[in-house]
Design a binder for this molecule. Structure first.
Ligand code: 1GP
Length: 250
């Protein structure tokens, strides 16, 4: 399969040793108008892409939400789907996530089969992504909703073996996920172990709340930092600016 423009751009940044910062917007947490404001602010501050998605999704405005965000920024808008219903032809790309830390066939192939014909028809660029859930001090939404166990946070070698298997299977990105709002973010030792095993870009997200945490992940070998929750907090914009500046100067 030909590499699409979004993945191409991610790989180019990696080959120039440039790190990236992606901001996640959950359509359950923002109205469309709020999302547009946050997306514009993100672009203004040097964020490299907007992710859209959520584990639950009570709201039914996914397509309109994606269309509005896409219409308001020039940076890529990428779906980060909680399930196969979270699709929109307005997005540039979609992280085609396989929850490889778990052993639930629904999240390894089931949802993918349901989504594949829709993706084909819509023309969204799917990017095969190894999604690895990491223990983070409490049960995350992804853990509960997917009915899978996260990787033990004190076992970096297990995480590295999973990531390597994903690379051997042809996946293009690894996403180390502590879960949205995680008490404990992904440990640097685990990122380091994964980095020593794979060449593909490593995304790290979940519980990153300041520049210092972002820097710790980058130093361990992360290519891309994702934050979600933090933007809706009182000082959300200044935290985003702080993280964007750490990522861009790294
Ligand atoms: C969750 O990795 C993302 O899927 C972001 O997590 O909301 O904790 O930043 P936070």
């Amino acid at each position: 399969m030909k590499t699409g423009p979004f993945l191409q751009a991610v790989l180019e940044r990696q080959s120039c040793r440039k790190r990236s910062y992606w901001v996640l917007l959950d359509p359950d947490d923002f109205s469309i108008d709020e999302a547009v404001v946050v997306a514009r602010e993100s672009e203004k501050n040097g964020v490299n892409a907007i992710l859209i998605g959520g584990s639950l999704l009570h709201s039914n405005h996914f397509d309109k939400f994606t269309e509005a965000v896409k219409g308001s920024v020039g940076i890529p808008v990428v779906i980060f789907p909680g399930d196969s219903a979270q699709l929109s032809s307005h997005a540039d790309a979609l992280l085609y996530l396989s929850l490889i830390s778990g052993r639930n066939p629904v999240n390894l192939i089931g949802e993918h089969v349901k989504a594949a014909p829709v993706i084909r028809q819509s023309g969204i660029e799917p990017v095969a992504t190894a999604y690895m859930l990491v223990e983070s001090g409490s049960v995350s939404s992804v853990e509960f909703m997917s009915n899978t166990r996260p990787l033990p946070r004190t076992k970096p070698d297990i995480a590295a073996a999973h990531a390597l298997a994903a690379q051997y299977m042809g996946m293009h990105l690894v996403y180390l996920e502590a879960g949205s709002g995680a008490q404990l973010s992904v440990p640097p030792a685990m990122i380091k172990a994964v980095r020593s095993y794979v060449d593909i870009p490593i995304i790290v997200g979940g519980g990153i709340r300041d520049g210092k945490a972002a820097q710790e992940k980058l130093m361990a070998g992360a290519d891309i930092i994702v934050t979600g929750n933090v933007i809706s907090k009182e000082n959300g914009v200044s935290v985003m600016q702080e993280i964007a500046s750490v990522v861009s100067t790294f």
